[in-house]
Design a protein around this ligand. Structure first.
Ligand code: URA
Length: 437
């Protein structure tokens, strides 16, 4: 069947068969379809919709465009967490060592930051020497030794997604639930998991901002996970302000290390709390614990005993990084940076944060990338000094920009100040975990 026949069928609002979707994904991978034909079909899918059967078929075709990891020789339940992406969202670096210390095996395949959101790989690469480009075989060796490994998407993992995601990003077709489900789940199912916990973000820093849409996405992700035999659960969590204290690669790793060392300050408690909740759900989903309460007790133990920190140290060593940062987290921070405070220009309560704008501001000074091929400055960042609901006085510090040059601070200071809304009324408190699906 020629590409134009399949495109015409979807253009005319008809549903595609499993075989037709298979031909499309084969064409994406072997170059048989030109980019303009791929994007024409994706746009037709976006506009005319896809049903659940088509969603499952495209997920399966994308999953099988690569290989599924065989982790059967690792004698532990395999579990992972995936976040749909946010600002200051650094929980993976805390969850993986905790879950490993609690008895799970975690093959974490992560992505890079794009646009306003950060990515786990960029955060990890702010650790001197840390190598995220491991083969499957090496990943397994690392997992056997310390319980978890953290790598980037290899050519073997859902290669169709790599090409499709880049084209969707360039043609404004990312925010469509069946395509997001196929993209995320084809990569996660390739990890050969027993259990998956999804952190579906909602609010001003999430790429799906409306709660009702986030709920729909969570339900579809879970239905797809179950259809492929993986225990899947989703937590819909608040992204109406940056998570925890820091935004920016090295600063976020610093926050994670302080938390693992039991030295997190008040602004970091949100990061710790969410990490514990997500890990507890992973432990229940992969049947290490029967109840969330038991799982939380186990997690508290491995945090208190330092076992989770030791797992991280061992992992850093095995992946080529400098384990000394576990003893001296401040080694991650670049001393010569300028610290420029963002000052409140009125008094009242902090009622709203444009989290997208905060993420973009850090990206604008080099902390993130606009295009997938851009480089990243791991050192720059931002620390949040106030949280929604905090009482403010004119002249208080809202946050601090860490940058290399004053011109960078000049570029984003006003955008950051404008990202904060200060009102006279105490805002309604929002729960960090808004729903469980
Ligand atoms: N993250 C992904 O991996 N894929 C999408 O389509 C959206 C977010």
């Amino acid at each position: 069947m020629r590409p134009q026949e399949i495109i015409a069928k979807k253009r005319d609002g008809k549903s595609l068969s499993e075989a037709e979707i298979g031909i499309f994904i084969d064409g994406v991978c072997d170059g048989g379809w030109a980019d303009y034909q791929i994007t024409a079909l994706v746009m037709a899918m976006f506009i005319n919709g896809m049903n659940r059967r088509e969603q499952t078929a495209i997920t399966s075709a994308m999953l099988h465009s690569g290989t599924i990891m065989d982790l059967s020789d690792i004698d532990a339940p395999k579990a992972d967490k995936h976040s749909t992406g946010g600002v200051g969202d650094k929980t993976s670096l805390i969850i993986a060592p905790i879950a490993a210390a609690c008895g799970a095996a975690v093959p974490m395949v992560s992505g890079r930051g794009l646009g306003h959101t950060g990515g786990t790989l960029d955060k990890l690469e702010s650790i001197p020497g840390y190598n995220v480009n491991l083969s499957f075989a090496k990943l397994k060796t690392v997992m056997k030794a310390c319980g978890f490994g953290m790598i980037g998407q290899t050519k073997q993992i859902a290669p169709a997604d790599k090409k499709l995601y880049a084209l969707r990003d360039a043609t404004a077709t990312v925010p469509y639930i069946p395509l997001i489900v196929a993209s995320i789940m084809s990569k996660k199912l390739a990890e050969g998991l027993d259990a998956l916990v999804l952190d579906v973000k909602t609010g001003s820093g999430a790429f799906i901002q409306k709660f009702s849409e986030s709920k729909k996405l969570a339900a579809e992700l879970c239905a797809t996970g179950k259809a492929f035999g993986v225990n899947t659960q989703a937590l819909i969590t608040d992204m109406s302000q940056p998570l925890g204290k820091y935004v920016g690669n090295a600063h976020e790793v610093y926050e994670c290390l302080l938390i693992l060392r039991g030295e997190g300050d008040a602004l970091m408690q949100e990061t710790l709390g969410l990490s514990i909740d997500l890990t507890a759900n992973m432990l229940v989903q992969c049947k290490i614990d029967k109840t969330i309460e038991n799982a939380k007790l186990r997690i508290e133990n491995v945090l208190r005993s330092g076992e989770a920190l030791e797992r991280f140290r061992h992992n850093i060593e095995l992946q080529g990084g400098d384990p000394m940062i576990c003893d001296k987290p401040e080694k991650l921070l670049t001393k010569s940076l300028k610290e420029v405070p963002i000052i409140a220009d009125s008094s009242g309560y902090l009622t709203e944060v444009d989290t997208f704008a905060v993420g973009r501001a850090v990206c604008d000074i080099g902390g993130g990338r606009v295009k997938a091929e851009d480089g990243v400055d791991h050192a720059v960042g931002y620390s949040c000094a106030k949280k929604i609901g905090d009482r403010m006085r004119k002249g208080d510090t809202l946050g601090v920009v860490y940058c290399r040059r004053q011109s960078q601070a000049d570029l984003i200071s006003e955008k950051l100040r404008n990202a904060y809304k200060i009102g006279k009324e105490i805002p309604k408190t929002t729960k960090l975990i808004k729903a469980t699906v």
